[in-house]
Ligand binder design. Structure first.
Ligand SMILES: *Cc1c(COP(=O)(O)O)cnc(C)c1O
Length: 396
């Protein structure tokens, strides 16, 4: 296989071909796992030459080897217009490093109210004590974000759709408004991945992935990434190296292995997820289904305009009932695991309660909320499992 570096392919081809430079693979299909701390040089002159260009030569284990470079390069290739990608030991680490690379003491951050809770915790526990203030905004604000910009506003953080309540944001409008004021835009793109939403091409400056989810895809490794638009990579890299962030080669190799099947897996998650979501809409024990591809979801028109697909994560509101009723429903399911995270081949069900987390908007619902991740099982079996539980559900 030749070096594919200077050619662009469709996304399904990129996930297979990207990052597999001959110099990294040495002809093996998957880039080998390079375990390294010390790199030995032939001479002092050779060592000095490596120090002079540490980003593209083997230099020291912490700065990566072909195993990590291969994955980072492939993720960059999936985001047309991007300059480069940095890897992190988790999605939360990626969120934190991305924020720190664009914010300093005295700045203000605008954070979407539907953000993943640990992202909010980072604002509280790291940004606030260092003198960065956070203002939360309505996920459906769109171009109206410009009215919130103040003299100290330096960054806008988006998560679309929100990972508990699935509001879809107007990413191009928010990015255009921010760009006009020189404000950086960050997007947690974990739900869609670059396959269903090319973030950099939509105007985003820093596209963040919890690769733990769909990139790894098999629930057996933790990994994060940030892909940067031109001009933002240097700052991100500086911050990342200052914090000594490093991904182990085995985890990077698991990320690359997952990436190779991302396109085919996502399409199956999408088909299964939609089938289950549409069925749930017809059940009397279900008040509402929050799935960006269904017209009832806030921001559905934006999803239709901007996204190329929907992944397997969504939620539904029960028509009534208590927390205990919801717990009994979830406990009774056979095919849905009960646990955090998502994006693997298995289906999961989780009770979620957004109301106490929110500050800029109010979450109101007819009953308790259940988040589902639809895995790669046959959707007919998943529907039968849910039907057994919902037919007995007392809260309707
Ligand atoms: C899981 C998740 C994260 C954090 O990823 P970890 O790898 O678990 O640290 C960030 N954002 C979203 C939307 C997530 O679902």
């Amino acid at each position: 296989m030749s070096d594919t570096d200077d050619r662009a392919f469709r996304p399904a081809t990129e996930v297979v071909a990207a990052g597999r430079r001959r110099e990294w693979t040495q002809g093996v299909v998957n880039t080998p796992v390079w375990r390294a701390s010390t790199i030995l040089f032939d001479s002092v002159g050779d060592l000095r030459a490596a120090v002079a260009s540490p980003n593209d030569r083997l230099y020291y284990g912490r700065r990566g080897t072909p195993t990590q470079w291969s994955l980072a390069d492939a993720l960059t290739r999936l985001e047309p217009g991007a300059e480069g990608t940095m890897l992190y030991p988790s999605g939360v680490a990626a969120v934190g490093m991305a924020l720190l690379s664009v914010l300093k003491a005295g700045d203000e951050l605008l954070m979407v109210d539907s953000a993943y809770e640990p992202t909010r915790a980072f604002c509280r526990n790291v940004l606030a004590p260092m003198g960065v203030t956070t203002r939360f905004y309505d996920p459906l604000i769109g171009a109206g974000i410009a009215e919130l910009f103040g003299d100290r506003t330096r960054a806008v953080f988006m998560e679309s759709p929100g990972s508990l309540t699935f509001e879809v944001q107007d990413i191009p409008a928010i990015c255009a408004a921010a760009k006009a004021r020189g404000i950086a835009t960050l997007l947690d793109n974990t739900w869609a991945t670059p396959l269903f939403l090319p973030a950099i091409a939509s105007g985003v400056d820093l596209s963040i992935l919890a690769c733990t989810k769909y990139i790894v895809g098999h629930s057996d490794a933790m990994l994060g990434s940030v892909t940067a638009a031109p001009g933002l990579l240097d700052g991100l890299r500086r911050m990342t190296h200052a914090f000594g962030q490093h991904v182990g080669p085995d985890d990077a190799a698991l990320g690359s292995r997952g990436l190779r099947t991302l396109d085919v897996r996502l399409r199956q998650h999408q088909a299964g997820g939609l089938e289950v979501a549409r069925w749930l809409e017809t059940h009397p024990a279900v008040a509402r289904v929050l799935h960006p591809a269904l017209p009832s979801c806030p921001g559905h028109d934006l999803w239709q305009r901007d996204f190329r697909g929907a992944s397997g994560l969504f939620a539904f509101v029960l028509a009534g009932g208590s927390d205990a009723d919801r717990a009994a429903l979830i406990d009774g399911l056979d095919l849905f695991g009960i646990g955090f995270s998502w994006g693997g081949f298995e289906s999961l069900a989780l009770p979620v309660d957004p109301a106490p987390i929110r500050t800029a908007t109010r979450w109101q619902a007819e009953g308790p909320l259940v988040r589902l991740h639809i895995g790669l099982e046959d959707p007919a079996d998943l529907i039968a499992d849910l039907k057994r539980g919902l037919d007995r559900y007392p809260g309707r």
